[in-house]
Write a protein that binds this ligand. Structure first.
Ligand SMILES: C[S@@+](CC[C@H](N)C(=O)[O-])C[C@H]1O[C@@H](n2cnc3c(N)ncnc32)[C@H](O)[C@@H]1O
Length: 384
């Protein structure tokens, strides 16, 4: 990378950390606004890379492939070449992709709680659709390199490592003639940047920018880090389900985490007796979506849903109460009891699922953590 213009002013080190596996350590104290790395655009595997190589000719002209499909195929094909320019980068990638729930067998997916089951099924469907598109589009001479096993390796690595790049800049930098790309070229693989692990507390800024006529991807820290500690970036304000589904890990104590509640569970556990008006109000204001509980209490929609269902106020004032957050005192007490019932139901559900000895060990860990979060929330609600 140094030969190709990579700038690493801090001299960051790769190291194995007990909690996160391989990550990046700093050999000196970092302060706010320190530039961590600058990666030249040519060292990133972007749509420009694919266009400038012969790679796109490996697909039939009528192909319609997403940027993830193409990056996946590129990784797999370059890994198979003896003298690939990307050889050292590919050697730095994990030989086994991280585990993600999309790789669970159908039977094991069925054992998951509803929220996780739906998310795992969706993620599995996206993986299968990508595989099916690639199989149909790739010309016969290249098809022997990509089998299901190598596809999964590439697909999971692309999805867990690629970064966002501004597609407008990417389009400016490549000749977008005969296009087989079906979506925006907004993802790219960025060597070294993809060695940083995620923390919900990290604050960094990453930008694709023009530096004296050349595009570079620059990572800057917005907070200090002590010498020899791990430097994290943030993959986004993700809760633990999102982290588990997309990246295969979760963070105990994640401040973005919550206990999701399905609207069916509210009906099943609390048995509200809704009239037509209440039902339509909930549906038309989308109050049956985004229902969850955190240390701060019920989500906006959960509180509103419960108020519409159980509040005693005349129906005319519903909108004003909900959108001005002007709930009557007596409802606040009812809300505590309703939330407690929902949490206890969640707890029983997790405990029942955990009794199943066929669960995947990653899921056992995750549900053990979820159980402790529900117990913590019960304590908090109980004290209110
Ligand atoms: C972009 S890579 C980060 C580098 C990676 N650890 C490696 O050795 O190549 C993203 C993957 O790292 C792991 N990871 C990232 N942050 C983590 C964390 N806070 N705890 C555990 N694993 C993490 C997950 O497997 C995730 O899919």
């Amino acid at each position: 990378m140094a030969r190709n213009g990579f700038n690493d002013p801090i001299n960051l080190k790769l190291r194995n950390f007990p909690d996160t596996g391989r990550g990046v350590a700093t050999p000196r104290n970092l302060k706010e606004s320190d530039v961590l790395i600058t990666v030249p655009y040519e060292l990133m595997i972007s749509y420009t890379t694919l266009q400038k190589s012969n790679f796109l000719h490996l697909f039939t002209p009528e192909s319609r492939l997403s940027i993830v499909d193409l990056l996946t195929a590129f990784l797999v094909i370059e890994r198979d070449k003896e003298n690939s320019f990307w050889r050292d980068y590919i050697k730095s990638l994990p030989p086994q992709p991280p585990w993600i729930p999309a790789l669970l067998s159908q039977d094991r997916v069925e054992l998951l709680p509803a929220d996780l089951r739906l998310a795992a099924k969706k993620s599995r469907r996206l993986l299968e659709e990508s595989w099916s598109r690639l199989r149909k589009s790739i010309r016969r001479e290249a098809s022997c390199v990509i089998d299901l096993h190598s596809f999964i390796w590439g697909y999971v690595l692309v999805n867990t490592r690629a970064v966002y790049v501004n597609p407008r800049i990417v389009r400016e930098l490549c000749d977008c003639g005969s296009d087989i790309l079906s979506d925006e070229p907004c993802m790219a693989l960025c060597p070294f940047l993809d060695m940083f692990n995620h923390s919900h507390e990290a604050k960094t800024e990453a930008t694709l920018m023009n530096d004296q006529g050349k595009f570079v991807y620059q990572l800057t820290t917005l907070v200090g880090t002590r010498k020899h500690e791990q430097v994290f970036i943030s993959y986004g304000d993700h809760d633990n389900v999102k982290l588990l589904i997309e990246y295969g890990f979760f963070i105990p104590g994640n401040s973005n985490d919550s206990i999701p509640i399905q609207s069916e569970e509210v009906f099943r556990v609390l048995e509200p007796n809704l009239n037509d008006f209440q039902y339509k109000f909930i549906r038309s204001h989308n109050l049956d979506k985004c229902l969850y509980l955190t240390e701060a209490g019920a989500s906006f929609n959960l509180k509103a849903f419960l108020f519409v269902a159980f509040g005693t106020i005349g129906t005319k004032n519903l909108t004003s109460v909900i959108y001005n957050d002007d709930y009557p005192e007596e409802f606040t007490c009812d809300l505590v009891q309703l939330c407690l019932k929902l949490l206890r139901f969640q707890l029983r559900q997790v405990e029942t699922i955990l009794q199943n000895s066929d669960l995947d060990p990653h899921i056992v860990d995750f549900l053990g953590y979820r159980k402790s979060l529900i117990e913590k929330l019960c304590d908090i609600v109980n004290k209110q």
